[in-house]
Design a protein around this ligand. Structure first.
Ligand SMILES: Nc1nc2c(ncn2[C@@H]2O[C@H](COP(=O)(O)OP(=O)(O)O)[C@@H](O)[C@H]2O)c(=O)[nH]1
Ligand SMILES: [Mg+2]
Length: 241
């Protein structure tokens, strides 16, 4: 069981995080045997914004249709993986914890070897995986995933941490393939102006999508799940044949 054997950050070498030419993951769409590899989606964002809750909700919504596995990153613990196991969102062999032991952004952007190992191990042990979700350890607004690790990234912020966050920008907010603004249920309690957040996010991101979620409602993750489903459909077309 993966929690008993967490993947720790090797100190021995640094993986080149240079994106392959032609777009995310372009250099390695297929596995060595020629079969289609899983689509890898990273979920980043500040501590407490709702990354683990989003991963759990996505697994519940998508697991009957797609074959899914998850990699979590915590600095010193395996709490997020433990939560996902407790909630039984996936069978235990599909959940792997990486203990980063350092700044969380390092493990998803600079030395991604432990995360890559974890993803590749899941692909080997869970046949015909369609999707691997990689949750980053909570970080600040500057953390983004290496394009050598994931094919697409979702950045999650929440309304309770201040409605001026979209205006502040940073690479997660401006460049993530999808920006999720979570905990809309709390907006009335913290005086967050969702209209201002939407227009600030739009200004920062141009045509890139923004979704508002509240994971306290039963189908709160539906639009994010639809976005991921669209990605999976395009991924299958791209890797067909
Ligand atoms: N009210 C409310 N709480 C939420 C929502 N999403 C997550 N939470 C809570 O926020 C806390 C942090 O969520 P978590 O997913 O662990 O955040 P992470 O650190 O980004 O992984 C937990 O107590 C969640 O139950 C939401 O949409 N609304
Ligand atoms: Mg988490």
């Amino acid at each position: 069981m993966h929690l008993d054997h967490p993947v720790t950050m090797p100190q021995r070498h640094t993986y080149s995080a240079e994106p392959a030419p032609g777009g995310p993951g372009e250099g390695h769409l297929a596995r060595a045997d020629g079969s289609r590899r899983a689509l890898r989606v990273g979920l980043g964002g500040p501590v407490g914004s709702g990354k683990t809750a989003t991963v759990a909700a996505l697994c519940r919504t998508l697991r009957d249709r797609w074959s899914i596995a998850v990699v979590t990153n915590d600095i010193y613990t395996r709490e997020d993986a433990a939560y996902l196991l407790r909630e039984a969102v996936l069978p235990p062999e599909r959940i792997t914890a990486v203990e980063t032991g350092a700044c969380p952004h390092t493990a998803i952007r600079d030395d991604i070897s432990a995360n890559l190992e974890a993803v590749e191990h899941l692909e080997e042990t869970c046949p015909s995986l369609d999707l691997v979700l990689v949750e980053s350890g909570g970080d600040n607004l500057t953390a983004t995933f290496s394009k050598g690790l994931v094919d697409a990234q979702i950045f999650i912020i929440d309304v309770a941490s201040g409605d001026d966050i979209p205006r502040k920008g940073g690479p997660g907010i401006t460049t993530a393939d999808l920006l999720v603004i979570n905990k809309t249920d709390l907006a009335p309690h913290v005086g967050a102006d969702l209209t201002a957040m939407a227009s600030d996010a739009g200004r920062q991101r141009g045509d890139l999508p923004v979704l508002f979620t509240s994971l306290t409602s039963d189908d709160g993750v539906r639009e994010v799940a639809e976005w991921v489903t669209g990605l999976l459909a395009r991924w299958r077309t791209r890797t067909a044949g």
